[in-house]
Unconditional design. Structure first.
Length: 250
């Protein structure tokens, strides 16, 4: 799963990298959507590059609300669906069958640009589960292109979800309880993912052929990431942290 991301690049930097133009909508011009730790369950507003406006990036709330719901009821919807992840992730295996996803998969795919993301590793301490946060980023330090879908509610609110798939070996070792990973687009699949002509097999091929584990670096960080109501230091939060309980190679 992917419930926490990191975004430190400014809008102008993302515009330059992706060759897009920001549309701020209701946000004040030049607002920066920067997060040392974007906790999905707080439903932050993040930049996405949407299929319907693929030359632009727009600010959208994280946590997909289906098109048959009302955005005005977002708080109640997220509370109701919290046990199922509040729409933060969408299982790619269900894209073409779920009522929540199939109206988006052909016309409302998107890219969520991030620096990296956080995943929990479950170790053992005194015979009990011990959660250790890991940080993932690209070895070349370029942005990570998370694949997603978005939906537009009956009252025109846009929300998005990050696609996930079965864990590859690196993720199976680290994210060892859920055994999932986010779908991370290859650099040369950015334009492909936003192409209107993709058929079901094309979409599945892009998901299958996403960024390999060898392009990623992952390591444990401080459990301070999990502390509530404390400001996250953008530098300290991603510093490597040693745990005797972590017995895997990474």
């Amino acid at each position: 799963m992917c419930y926490g991301t990191r975004v430190t690049q400014k809008a102008k930097e993302l515009e330059t990298f992706y060759k897009v133009e920001a549309i701020y909508g209701s946000l004040e011009q030049d607002t920066e959507l920067i997060y040392a730790y974007a906790n999905g369950f707080a439903h932050p507003t993040m930049w996405i590059i949407p299929q319907q406006k693929s030359k632009h990036m727009i600010p959208v709330m994280w946590g997909l609300i289906p098109s048959y719901e009302l955005g005005a009821n977002a708080k109640a919807y997220y509370q109701k669906t919290s046990p199922y992840g509040s729409g933060l992730n969408a299982r790619s295996e269900k894209l073409f069958e779920s009522n929540n996803y199939k109206n988006s998969v052909f016309t409302k795919r998107c890219i969520i640009p991030v620096d990296g993301f956080y995943e929990p590793h479950t170790a053992k301490k005194n015979g009990k589960d011990f959660k250790v946060p890991f940080y993932f980023h690209r070895k070349n330090e370029n942005p990570i292109h998370l694949a997603g879908i978005y939906a537009i509610t009956k009252d025109k609110m846009i929300t998005f979800s990050i696609l996930t798939k079965e864990a590859t070996p690196l993720f199976a070792k680290i994210h060892n309880k859920k055994n999932r990973r986010p779908v991370i687009l290859q650099d040369d699949h950015i334009d492909v993912w936003l192409n209107d002509s993709l058929k079901e097999n094309d979409i599945l091929n892009v998901i299958h052929d996403d960024l390999p584990d060898t392009s990623l670096h992952a390591y444990p960080i401080s459990k301070a990431l999990y502390k509530r109501n404390t400001e996250v230091d953008p530098v300290a939060v991603i510093q490597p942290f040693h745990y005797d309980e972590v017995m895997i190679e990474y």
